[in-house]
Structures are given as structure tokens and as C-alpha cells.
Design a protein around this ligand. Sequence first.
Ligand code: NAD
Ligand code: TYD
Length: 339
Amino acid sequence: MRLLVTGGCGFIGANFLYALRARHPEWRLWNLDKLTYAGNLGNLRPLTAEAGDAYTFVHGDICDRDLVTRLLAEHQIDAVVNFAAESHVDRSIDDPAPFVLTNVLGAQNILDCARRAGVSRVVHVSTDEVYGSLGATGQFHETTPLAPNSPYSASKAGADLIARAYHETYGQDIVVTRCSNNYGPYQFPEKLIPLMYCKALAGEPLPVYGDGRNVRDWIFVDDHCLGIELALLKGRAGAVYNFGGAAEMENIEVVRTILHLTGRDDSLIRFVTDRPGHDRRYAMNFDLAATELGFAPSVTFAQGMARTIAWYQANPDWLSEVQSGAYLTFMESWYKERA
Ligand code: NAD
Ligand code: TYD
């Protein structure tokens, strides 16, 4: 397999590249990444050092038509997995434009270039957030109508619809995956779990939005990566597959788990002004992925959190490297408004 992965210097993309390298050492992997604030070349240092010709990094933008066209042709790419995205809901509230550019137009460019180059399959990595918000009961199915509530989720839903249209119109082989909240090594400390870990470590207040009772389903990143690999190898052209971790939890429970694992107490919890348009509850039904792909999450929340916290504890240099410059500017202004 000659595979182009986009956004491989981010959290899930990096974990995916490591997983593929371990499971398919004979594959050739290319990673196209723009290196935004969330992309970090250091995430792939060991892979770069070890893989030789089997792994190549390309610095560039998924919106760049000439670059993507050249890459696909020059390297005779068989398939593309598109992770590249602006991924943080709060940033999308602060400034939606980059989300539309990368998540909609970039994704469309990838599909278009892949179609023209005759690439056999594109896996487009999407999110459960495209479905909007649930009440106290029920789950998202692949057939649930899309009802995104944030600029981030709206941009992801836009790409999902383009993918659907490209499959229907051109017969292009595209598989869309929608997953719940990931956690694990290399997650950027703007997202709930690594952010709260950093705050707990520093003995600073942990900013919990609203009443802290919003529910997310949490999946350890390795399980999501395996799901995407299964979608790539076994998915039906035109299908959408939900993935989840079968671990629904209120945010406040997640925060308390982090406090417990870092030896801190609940006095650090601060309830702050809620995120506008904050989705109340997500829950995933992934029966289709179980039946058609053999997908099942294998890591419990307790196991995954223990591994995640241990990884952050073992990698303080990684954390200080990514917590600089533009990161600090955004964090300061966003949380000042919510205090
Ligand atoms: P991330 O923000 O950690 O990484 C995104 C990566 O994409 C970075 O390396 C960044 O440099 C790169 N990138 C951004 N814009 C680009 C562009 N225009 N061209 C090339 N590269 C670009 O994101 P993540 O959490 O790893 O998420 C990866 C994908 O998975 C996204 O599509 C996201 O919507 C989806 N997803 C994430 C989660 C989650 O919980 N994190 C859950 C479901 C789906
Ligand atoms: P996040 O990690 O941003 O993922 P998403 O919004 O994509 O689900 O947030 C997860 C949950 O944690 C979400 O309900 C918002 C909440 N949250 C806080 O309470 N405080 C914070 O500082 C952050 C970043 C998130």
C-alpha cells in the first residue's frame, strides 16, 4: 500500500502513523501537513528516525491543488486518509474562517485531486459532532440527520456532505468515519483531558464549562486508529461508519478522574462561563462498524486514562515545547473572558 495521510503531525494522525508502521511495516507512508499551531514535527521524530524510505514528510496545505495533484501522481498513491483539519471547537467560535477553508475546501480539494488521479479510496475522518446534541437518552446512528451547532462541527458536516455527493455523483470510492472524543498521547493541551492535566499539575484552577454535566463518549486513540484502518481496508465504498468508546461520561467525572490520578483534590475545580452553543450530550451507536468491519473498542476508560496520564508524566518536554507562542495568546484571551 502507498498511502497518503494528511494531518499526520497532529494528535490522531501521529498515533495512526505509528500504528500503521507497527502493523504494516511493508507499507509506504507519506504525511502531508501544514504544521499549524496543532501540528508538531517532533511527534514523529522516532518514526522519521527509524522508518527510512517507508515514511516521508511533506510540508504543505491540503488546499494546495498543484501540490496535492503532484504528490498523488509522483508517488502513485493508492489511498488517502484525510485527518487534516482545524479541530478545536473553542477556536472555531473565536474565528470560524480557517475552519471553513481547511475543513470544507481542503477536504473538497483532497477528494477532487484523488478522483482525478484515480486514487482507489479516500477515507475522510469526521466526527460525532456533526450530529449535534442529544437529550438525556438515545444515540447517534449513521442515519441520524446532521445538525451541527458549532462552526467546527458545521465545517466537518460540510465536508461529509461533499464526500457523499462525490460518491453519488462520480462513483468515487470514499468512506467517511465519525468518531467520538479521543484521548491519549500527543493530544494538544487545548482539549479537555490534557488541558486539565496541565492545570492540575501546575496547581491552577481547572475551568469547567457551565455545570460540568455535558456528556461525551471517550475513546482511547489507538481504538479509533484501528477503526480507521479497518475502514480503509474493509469499508464499503460510500459508507459512513460511527466509532465510539462505549464510555459516556459527564465532564465533571473526567475532571475528577484527572485530579485523582495527579494526586490533587476537587478544590481546584472552577465552574466558568459556558461555551456558547455547547452540545449537551453525545452518544455513539457503532453497531454498523462492529458488524461490517469487526470494530470494537478494546481499552476501557480507566486503562486509557492511566496510559494517557503516564505518557504526559513521562513527556514534560513535549508539553512545554507545544505550550508556547500562539498557544498562550489564545488560551489567555479565551479563558479571561470566561473567568
Ligand atoms: P489536531 O488539531 O491535533 O491535528 C490536526 C493536524 O492537521 C495538525 O497536524 C495540523 O498541522 C494539520 N493541518 C491543519 N490544517 C491543515 C491544512 N490546511 N493542510 C495540511 N495540514 C493541516 O487534530 P486531531 O485531534 O488529531 O483530529 C484529526 C482529525 O480527526 C480531524 O479531522 C478531526 O476533525 C477528527 N476527529 C477528532 C476527534 C478528537 O477527539 N480529537 C474526534 C473525532 C474526529
Ligand atoms: P473538548 O476537548 O474541547 O472537545 P469537544 O468540544 O470537541 O467535545 O471538550 C470536551 C468537553 O469538555 C466539552 O463538553 C467542553 C468541555 N470543556 C470544559 O469544560 N472546559 C474546558 O476548558 C474545555 C477545553 C472543554
